[in-house]
Design a protein around this ligand. Structure first.
Ligand SMILES: [Zn+2]
Length: 388
């Protein structure tokens, strides 16, 4: 009993000390939470530098807070400092105190850091570990597809696209059709035309609007000497997307020529011209008239056409025919005009991305700038126009 009385002051002191410690912890937690919201507010106000300052301070004070480290790493990555982000997320993963969920999130973020730093093999290894985790499956698949596309591993990319489709993720129909076309081009380069055709039919089954598949089917048929099949494939390109028609004008004309059906060729060209006037069709028609009916017929057609639909390509063809005659006092003026229009056309961008506006001189099925598929198309008259 005496001992109890003796212990009472100790218990009171220990109670007082515990209460004080709890109070101090509460104060600390409140301060940490206030700092956290301060950091978040900076983020909302789009002030990443101040947010980084706050989160770095918090991370220094409290080494155990995974959320702070995750946020800080993301901020560094967004600011373009991928190596600092890699360091923060990498050290986080090395901790033994993380929950499974926190570890997977840190792995996902580290994968994004590696992607940003261009370390594709490391990013791929991390995303492959996450691809079976329900919470992160869609993101991991989508990142893996991006990486495999860079690595030109089209077969595996198709497998992941299909898997993404099965779990209800973003549809990759257009993309997978292009991957099939890539495989068809590889097979075609090895002279394996049966495999190439198989991939192209697969591309059309995945995306019936895949103009590239029909264009390649037309080329394959031409190589096999089946010009009738080639005509059907090239004409399908016009039905799928008129924007790509300039790409098939030359081979189509060649096929009709081999089959000695030039009347049908010109009738077809005129029908397309009715639907969509473009300098490239005008030029092809003028060339046909020049060969079949002579200079007068071609000039009459061009003068009539250019009055209604002026194009630089048509103008150059007109000047060329007049120059060919080599007559008149205006001969040197015509030469100058021909030179200027040729220079303009040679320097003109031939293709433009409808998504990001990137202009190039040759056709890319995947835009090098925005990485979208089927967005780069021929500029109909080789002269940039405003959209207004
Ligand atoms: Zn683009």
């Amino acid at each position: 009993m005496e001992l109890l009385w003796l212990l009472l002051p100790v218990a009171a002191a220990s109670g007082w000390w515990a209460a004080r410690r709890n109070h101090a912890r509460r104060d600390e937690a409140t301060a940490r939470s206030a700092e956290y919201f301060k950091g978040l507010n900076y983020l909302i106000d789009d002030k990443p530098d101040q947010a980084i300052e706050v989160f770095t301070r918090m991370a220094d004070v409290d080494q155990d807070t995974a959320e702070t480290h995750l946020a800080l790493g993301n901020l560094f990555r967004r600011r373009g400092e991928a190596d600092r982000a890699i360091h923060i997320h990498g050290s986080l993963i090395a901790r033994t105190t993380l929950t499974d969920d926190q570890r997977r999130r840190a792995m996902l973020e580290l994968g994004e850091d590696y992607l940003r730093a261009g370390l594709f093999d490391r990013a791929e290894a991390l995303f492959r570990k996450l691809v079976d985790q329900p919470d992160h499956m869609a993101v991991a698949l989508s990142r893996l597809i991006h990486i495999l596309q860079q690595e030109k591993d089209w077969r595996q990319a198709i497998v992941y696209c299909d898997r993404l489709g099965q779990i209800g993720g973003e549809s990759k129909r257009r993309q997978t059709a292009h991957f099939c076309c890539e495989l068809a081009e590889e097979a075609s380069a090895r002279n394996d035309f049966t495999e190439a055709k198989g991939w192209l039919l697969d591309a059309l089954a995945r995306d019936p609007d895949c103009t590239r598949a029909n264009l390649l089917l037309g080329n394959l048929a031409m190589r096999a000497g089946d010009h009738q099949a080639a005509i059907l494939a090239f004409q399908a390109v016009e039905r799928q997307d008129r924007g790509y028609f300039p790409e098939v004008i030359a081979p189509l004309g060649q096929c009709y020529g081999v089959l000695n059906r030039l009347d049908q060729w010109v009738a077809y060209l005129c029908a397309v011209q009715q639907r969509d006037h473009s300098g490239r069709i005008t030029d092809a028609l003028a060339e046909w008239l020049l060969r079949q009916e002579g200079e007068e017929a071609a000039l009459r057609f061009l003068e009539r056409e250019l009055r209604e639909y002026p194009t630089l390509l048509g103008l150059r063809r007109l000047v060329e025919i007049k120059l060919g005659r080599g007559e008149g006092a205006e001969y040197s003026d015509l030469k100058a005009l021909h030179y200027i229009s040729t220079q303009m056309l040679n320097n003109a961008a031939r293709y433009r991305c409808g998504n990001c506006g990137f202009v190039v001189k040759s056709l890319h099925w995947c835009c090098p700038s925005c990485l979208q598929w089927s967005t780069i198309k021929p500029i109909p008259d080789l002269v940039m126009k405003t959209d207004a």
